[in-house]
Design a protein around this ligand. Structure first.
Ligand SMILES: [Zn+2]
Length: 370
């Protein structure tokens, strides 16, 4: 096997970078590749060599089918192994959006990979759900197209490994099943050989309403802003507090709420963020993958979220919180819990990382070494 192509995002979301680097770390234990190519899933035309700069879906929708007809050389055709990396893969909301309508499966998998499958393998690794925080996954039972899509995607893959149990429930409701393992972002540090240093600061992170979307949930955005200010106030007596901002917009917001808060931002530089998280103590964050990266270095985190992605932190023995439920009292409890685990969590995460790596390598070996 020589060529690996990965369906991911490129310079778009460092969380996706963390997940992909983690996959590269574990797959390195099973197989070696001469070349690794990335396809920016939000613009499927980036599968074609020379078209990486076309990042608008509207343009991709026009150009990609033309290139397919012309037979332009591309990363799906060249892949000996194709991996869909991380991200929400199952979402279904009454009135939309629906995962069945996603932008990449039809052009990349149906129209390219499956039409020219040969004996090549397709893996879906560390995908998850993106539902309302309290969803039980039953939305898919009332949505024939998502149910059919989830089954079709599963059947196209030689291996599916999921990162949260709600995703597993949605898959089961679609008539299939797969194993849940902690998100591969916890192995990204191994890929770069980054080791934790003694923590120098406490990390916070703020997103409006606690997440990317609200999905019609009744979330009081002002209340979460006030609570964020209170979290920073209550953390300051315990040490230096730094707001990690994954985007410029997050930095602007954090400074609006707490004008004197110290911020850290290097947009799209995921390795810089990894080094930053490696030097922290503990965190209270909205960004789930800020949480995963911190935890992978043995730094305990509280993830406050508004959708089911936040729940995957449970796989690391850490606690998610629904943004709307945060109160003064729960902030105190959250901080006390983090302080109490600051020195014990490194051993806990190492046990989780070791067991999970073994499980990933075993599952990948079964599929790739046959
Ligand atoms: Zn649906």
């Amino acid at each position: 096997m020589t060529n690996l192509s990965i369906i991911t995002t490129v310079r778009h979301n460092i969380g996706d970078d963390f997940v992909r680097e983690g996959i590269l770390s574990i797959i390195g234990d099973v197989a070696k590749f001469d070349q690794v190519e990335l396809i920016h899933k939000h613009s499927p035309v980036t599968t074609a060599y020379g078209y990486e700069g076309l990042r608008r879906l509207r343009i991709s929708r026009v150009v990609e089918p033309v290139l397919r007809v012309l037979g332009t050389k591309d990363r799906v055709a060249d892949a000996d192994l194709l991996i869909q990396s991380g991200a929400p893969v199952y979402w279904c909301h009454p009135g939309g959006p629906h995962c069945a309508d996603n932008e990449w499966f039809d052009p990349l998998i149906r129209k390219r990979f499956l039409k020219d499958r040969r004996s090549r393998k397709l893996l879906s690794i560390a995908g998850g759900s993106c539902q309302r925080y309290h969803s039980d996954g039953s939305e898919v039972t009332n949505c024939p197209k998502c149910k059919a899509y989830i089954a079709e995607f599963f059947d196209a893959c030689d291996l599916t490994l999921l990162r949260d149990s709600l995703a597993q429930r949605m898959l089961q409701l679609s008539g299939r099943d797969a194993m849940v393992l902690p998100c591969t972002s916890i192995f990204a540090r191994d890929h770069f050989k980054i080791t934790p240093t003694k923590g120098g600061y406490i990390v916070v992170n703020f997103m409006e309403s606690g997440g990317h979307y609200t999905f019609g949930q009744n979330i009081d955005a002002d209340k979460w802003r006030k609570n964020f200010g209170e979290i920073v106030d209550k953390l300051q007596p315990h040490g230096r507090v730094v707001a990690a901002c994954h985007t410029v917009a997050e930095e602007t917001l954090a400074k609006q709420i707490v004008p004197d808060v110290e911020t850290y931002i290097v947009p799209d530089e995921h390795v810089a963020f990894m080094n930053f998280y490696a030097g922290a103590r503990f965190a209270v964050v909205n960004r789930v993958h800020a949480g995963f990266m911190m935890a992978s270095f043995g730094k305990p985190v509280a993830v406050i979220g508004n959708d089911s992605r936040a729940l995957m932190i449970k796989n690391l023995n850490l606690t998610p919180h629904y943004v709307e439920d945060v109160t003064s009292a729960s902030i105190d409890q959250m901080i006390a819990a983090l302080l109490s685990r600051e020195h014990s969590y490194p051993d806990e995460i190492e046990a989780i990382r070791t067991a999970s790596r073994r499980a990933y390598v075993e599952a990948l070996s079964k599929v790739l070494l046959n």
